[in-house]
Design a protein around this ligand. Structure first.
Ligand code: GLA
Ligand code: GLA
Length: 660
């Protein structure tokens, strides 16, 4: 087995040699060496090539590619190739096809057209995994197993009859009996009471609003079902290829929410993820930073792998813009700054055919003689110098809580405001802190919160009792805790906590709310400082002091910002979403009270993140402004490979300074 490259930050990406003639493979090896590629992910969509007919395996071509990679010193992250079934399998077993909410079968013709609950699909996938594991277990190029690919990207939720049966079995395990399901789902409402398990269906399209807890449990079931499948594939690998680490690539992108990665992470030997910058977002680079901090949180603070991102344009946005010169390097280092020890891309060579032919790659259509490939080579050289950073940890005094299940519940049907997107408030706070040079860990409410000076609880709509208790304990033991509106509202079954909002946090915050006044699209409300948008509510302080009020409208004079004492710390409450400047002012007061300082003194728009290891620390800098910026820091810049006393960053420029 080849050890994972450790003298550098590993650089590489998905390699799909089956799309190319053999002559190209040789050229690939030469170009990979030129670019400093140290790993590839191989075989992700190779099932129909590896098993051209049921039980007939053809590993010859893959042996050849593995051999070439080994000769060239490139480690292989070998896929189990089970992400997409071959046409012979779906033709023989159409029952493996997924079904959407409207009852439409999703036919083969693209990828991942398989039902997450299908025992037939599993059986065939496990058979292939077994063969691959036995065949490659001792291969010297094999460094890592890559199970399936981006689970749930396209095939969850599936509403087919197989899933209906599996959902009932899942419910029987979760609840002591049908009465408990009826209680949890609140089926006294709208005559929904079930008297037999077989009456329970997936939440298919219905006449009007579906039962929210039914939907929530179905989302949990979907994540659990695929996790169970992952475990089965992993067990095969562990049995037949012991000692080789196993991962599957997560999708920690804001728009992807189908899996609860906090449940998945403990099953990974190393957490890996895919991330794509979406240029049409209002704050694309802030979204990248948030997603990377979330990935680190999912990984429990340990270094993680960036399995895929793009050198330039993707193919799946309405308009797919190329990255600016230098942005391949800048985006890559932004992930490394936040804990990635690997820089992976989709894909090595840009396809000639197929629906991803306009997705960028390390080797673009233009070929070796291109600005993009030259930038990739430059990145390879930088990655080669960054080996010393491996294993170090990102410093953060702030935790921002993120819970996929709270997000599922918050995006349930018929809520007070359809405009309240779960990620919005947390990401706004994260972005403003980042603007201050302050790094946050984005962590699950069950994470150990005791080491943080600031704990942010953004729109944590659904919260379990024990998590609410841990948040209160963090304040008691000295943290500044900031809770925003629409937090603590419901329990794990999405039943509203009675007696006044924000139920679970009422005592901690010393406030009580009787009614929400969500704001209409585009509507703002004047505050004593700045304006609020999206939300407002009628807050009565019980023990909290009032720091800011609504200045107009039905709530004029009522609290918008409050703070209560809580043991050694404080509990702050925001009942609206202030404009950036006013929100930043509140955050400024909080970080000052907490004694949190930035990673470095930087101008607004310059990103500064510190990683620290046993033998030193590294300051990652990126200039997102349109002007040249100077940062005072002494040490050795690993990007320019020069000693520095201060760093001058061009617009878009980056530096990684090993601090003196
Ligand atoms: C995902 C997939 C890849 C590829 C890229 C394109 O990350 O895993 O196979 O489709 O998207 O962005
Ligand atoms: C979309 C695309 C996929 C993948 C993800 C992001 O869903 O269809 O190919 O790239 O986004 O990884």
């Amino acid at each position: 087995m080849r050890p994972w490259p450790t003298d550098r930050i590993a650089l590489g990406g998905d390699y799909n040699p089956e799309q190319w003639p053999r002559a190209t493979w040789r050229e690939d090896m030469a170009l990979m060496r030129e670019a400093g590629v140290s790993f590839v992910t191989l075989g992700v969509f190779s099932w129909s090539w590896l098993e051209p007919a049921k039980g007939e395996y053809d590993f010859g071509w893959l042996d050849e590619v593995m051999g070439l990679l080994h000769e060239n010193g490139i480690a292989v992250d070998l896929a189990t190739a089970t992400a997409t079934p071959p046409p012979w399998l779906s033709a023989a077993h159409p029952e493996i096809l997924p079904v959407d909410r409207d009852g439409h079968t999703l036919w083969p013709g693209s990828r991942q057209a398989w039902c997450p609950s299908s025992p037939v699909y599993r059986e065939h996938a496990l058979a292939l995994t077994t063969q691959l594991a036995r065949h490659y277990r001792d291969h010297p190029a094999l460094a890592l197993w890559h199970v399936s690919n981006e689970y749930a990207c396209h095939n969850l939720p599936c509403y087919c009859d197989t899933c209906a049966g599996a959902f009932r079995r899942w419910l029987r395990q979760r609840y002591p009996g049908l009465d408990a399901v009826n209680d949890a789902w609140g089926t006294a409402f709208w005559s929904q009471r079930y008297t037999d398990w077989d009456q329970i269906l997936p939440p298919r399209r219905t006449t009007t609003f579906a039962n929210p807890t039914h939907q929530l449990d179905f989302a949990r079931f979907g994540s659990d079902t695929l996790l169970d499948f992952f475990r089965e594939e992993k067990a095969v690998l562990v049995e037949h290829s012991p000692g080789v680490p196993v991962t599957t690539n997560f999708m920690t992108l804001t728009h992807f929410r189908h899996l609860d990665y906090h449940d998945w992470a403990p099953e990974q030997d190393v957490v890996s993820t895919d991330h794509y910058v979406i240029e049409s977002l209002e704050h694309p680079r802030a979204e990248l930073a948030f997603s990377a901090d979330l990935t680190r949180g999912i990984a429990g603070g340990a270094p993680w792998m960036l399995m895929e991102h793009s050198t330039s344009a993707v193919n799946w946005q309405p308009v797919n813009r190329a990255k600016a010169p230098g942005q391949t390097i800048r985006d890559s280092l932004a992930h490394v700054a936040r804990g990635a020890d690997t820089i992976g891309f989709f894909q090595w060579r840009q396809s000639r055919a197929g629906s991803e032919k306009f997705h960028s790659a390390l080797v673009p259509h233009a070929g070796r003689d291109s600005a993009r490939f030259r930038e990739v080579c430059e990145l390879g050289a930088i990655a080669g110098r960054l080996g010393e950073v491996r294993g170090s940890r990102v410093e953060a005094d702030v935790a921002i809580l993120w819970d996929y299940q709270a997000g599922w519940a918050a995006s349930g049907p018929a809520m007070p405001s359809g405009d309240l997107e779960y990620a919005l408030v947390g990401q706004s706070i994260h972005r403003l802190l980042r603007g201050r040079g302050i790094t946050a860990d984005v962590v699950h409410p069950s994470a150990d919160l005791t080491a943080y000076r600031v704990v942010v609880v953004p729109t944590l709509y659904l919260v379990r009792d024990e998590h609410a208790a841990a948040i209160a304990a963090a304040a008691e033991s000295g943290a500044q805790v900031l809770v925003t509106f629409f937090s603590g509202i419901s329990d794990e079954h999405d039943h509203v906590r009675l007696g006044g909002y924000p139920g679970a946090f009422r005592d901690l915050l010393g406030v009580r709310v009787e009614e929400f006044f969500p704001l209409l699209p585009g509507e703002t409300v004047a505050l004593s400082e700045g304006t609020g948008r999206l939300w407002s509510e009628d807050v009565t302080p019980t023990t909290a002091e009032v720091l800011g009020v609504y200045a107009e409208g039905p709530l004029a004079g009522r609290p918008a910002v409050t703070r209560a004492r809580a043991g050694g710390g404080s509990a702050w409450y925001l009942s609206t979403l202030p404009d950036d400047q006013s929100l930043d002012a509140v955050l400024g007061r909080i970080v000052t009270a907490a004694g949190v300082s930035p990673a470095a003194e930087v101008a607004p728009g310059v990103e500064a993140v510190r990683r620290r290891g046993e033998h030193g620390s590294w300051l990652f800098l990126a200039n997102d402004t349109a002007q040249e910026q100077t940062v005072e820091v002494a040490g050795h810049d690993l990007v320019s490979d020069r000693p520095v006393g201060s760093v001058v960053l061009e617009p878009g420029g980056v530096a990684v300074v090993r601090e003196a």
